[in-house]
Ligand binder design. Structure first.
Ligand SMILES: Nc1ncnc2c1ncn2[C@@H]1O[C@H](COP(=O)(O)OP(=O)(O)OP(=O)(O)O)[C@@H](O)[C@H]1O
Ligand SMILES: [Mg+2]
Length: 464
């Protein structure tokens, strides 16, 4: 099998033939051309083009521009005369992958060609995966190639048109929210409200009024009547997240909504009807809660009409490359990162981690890596997987404090400088690394006397 196809554009016949023979003996298929005009049609079948910059007729730089404007995807290596580094720099700016200065050794050129060829074939492989992703392994914006995920897509498609209640179970970060939203979006209710109710974030004493609404005077502070979440969701979908955390008295009322689609506002005895589709999610095993009597059995069966169980990411490893590519594509543009591909070694790192935080953790890892990456390719060293979060014991004397003699202010400044350095001076990226907004970072910088554009900031960021 050939190691790939290379096109050499060089007007000196003897030099071109010598290079051609050498590359052929290294296993490549090689074409030659003595002018750029002659080379253009041949470039379409090459993986790598090695071109002289000084050519009769169209120059090497113009040739590179032509390749780019015609969308010909080849790795480009330029050969420059001794002492003309400027031209090489110009060529790299136009998208050349590498350059050699004449006189060069043939082994040196072959090594560069092999390297550029490797990047090129990886890029082609990534491109192929991307196309596959676009066509098959995607349901809306949900990615999944594993049989478990494809089964879920199938279920979503079947239940979306109905009003059947769906119970989505799975660890945190597996994509339960996304699935719930997809069901709503593929249902006839798509143009009606989608109301998400996070059962953990509502304090227990406010839950009834939040869910079912209240009338004026129902309790101190109820100065006006207010509809609850179920009324807001009328005609649409109510998504009950973390259903396992709902207290017993509310469970009874939910049961009634599911059975009769009826409820009363707090402080009212008028029975109201709603037309709402309920989707619930849980990241705990509800059956355990059932056995312990914390969750009503009748409610469980009413919710579990269509069960969707989303396996943790570590049990569907084949989704990882596709998800990773998807996040690189999605986030790279957002973050203004130049990285567009994932190196095989980096992919290996992603495939060997256990992902306790599931897809959310993978997405965050890719985001962090994109911020750190300096090249077009995410390398293994760019992939920073966070150490498993061992919740620090917050008992007296155990909470970690600053090192002896360190002040909080100085520590904070160090963090900010480090974040700016890693983000190459890009404030939005630095702010992300620090978990603060860009404005908050700007404010801190101004307090540190590092307003934008001051020489010191330019020095920290390495940008002049
Ligand atoms: N199959 C997927 N394809 C694309 N993105 C996904 C997929 N699964 C999850 N994500 C992304 O991972 C993140 C977490 O997903 P989501 O919020 O749906 O998880 P969850 O199961 O609801 O988590 P939690 O239990 O913590 O609420 C989101 O940013 C989502 O975009
Ligand atoms: Mg969720």
């Amino acid at each position: 099998m050939s190691a790939g196809r290379i096109l050499i554009v060089e007007d000196e016949d003897k030099l071109r033939r010598v290079i051609q023979l050498h590359l052929e003996s290294a296993g490549f298929e090689v074409d030659g051309a003595s002018t750029a005009e002659q080379a253009l049609p041949l470039a379409t079948i090459a993986n790598v083009v090695i071109t002289d910059l000084r050519l009769p007729g169209m120059s090497g730089l113009e040739f590179i521009q032509q390749l780019q404007s015609r969308g010909i995807q080849v790795g480009i290596i330029v050969m420059t005369a001794h002492g003309s580094v400027d031209a090489a720099v110009e060529a790299m700016k136009l998208g050349a992958a590498d350059f050699v200065q004449k006189p060069f050794s043939l082994d040196q050129l072959t090594a560069i060609a092999e390297k550029v060829m490797a990047v090129q074939s990886l890029r082609a492989e990534n491109q192929r995966m991307r196309e596959e992703l676009d066509h098959r392994y995607q349901f809306g914006n949900i990615i999944g190639r594993s049989s478990a995920m494809r089964e879920i897509f199938h279920t979503v498609e079947r239940v979306a048109p109905t009003r059947a209640t769906v119970l989505i179970a799975g660890e945190s970060g597996v994509g339960k929210d996304m699935i719930a939203r997809a069901i709503h979006q593929h249902s006839p209710r798509r143009n009606k409200p989608y109301v998400k109710i996070n059962c953990t974030s509502i304090p227990e004493n406010l839950m009834e009024s939040e869910l079912f609404g209240y009338e004026k005077g129902a309790f101190t502070g109820a100065t006006a009547s207010k509809p609850g979440k179920f009324e807001q969701a009328d005609g649409g979908t109510a998504f009950l997240d973390e259903i396992g955390d709902v207290p017993g008295n509310i469970q009874v009322k939910l049961l009634r909504i599911l059975q009769e689609r009826q409820f009363e506002r707090l402080g009212s005895n008028v029975t109201r009807n709603v037309d709402v589709r309920v989707i619930a999610a849980t990241n705990v095993d509800l059956r355990a809660a059932l056995e312990q009597g914390r969750f009503r059995e009748d409610l469980y069966y009413r919710l579990n009409v269509v069960p969707i169980s989303v396996p943790p990411l570590r049990e569907r490893m084949e989704d990882i490359p596709f998800l990773a590519m998807h996040f690189v594509k999605k986030l790279s543009a957002e973050l203004g990162s130049v990285a567009k591909e994932i190196s095989p070694a980096a992919m290996d790192r992603l495939l060997t981690h256990r992902w306790p935080g599931n897809v959310r953790e993978l997405e965050n890892t890719i985001e962090r890596s994109l911020v750190l990456a300096s090249g077009e390719m995410l390398e293994a060293a760019d992939i920073r997987i966070e150490a498993p979060r061992s919740t620090p014991a917050i008992s007296a004397g155990q909470t970690p404090l600053l090192p002896e003699g360190e002040t909080l202010e100085h520590w904070e400044q160090m963090m900010i400088r480090e974040a700016l350095r890693r983000a190459n001076g890009n404030k939005s990226q630095a702010a992300r690394l620090l978990g603060m907004t860009r404005n908050a970072l700007r404010y801190r910088l101004s307090q540190m006397g590092l307003d934008s554009g001051t020489p010191e900031e330019a020095e920290i960021s390495g940008l002049k």
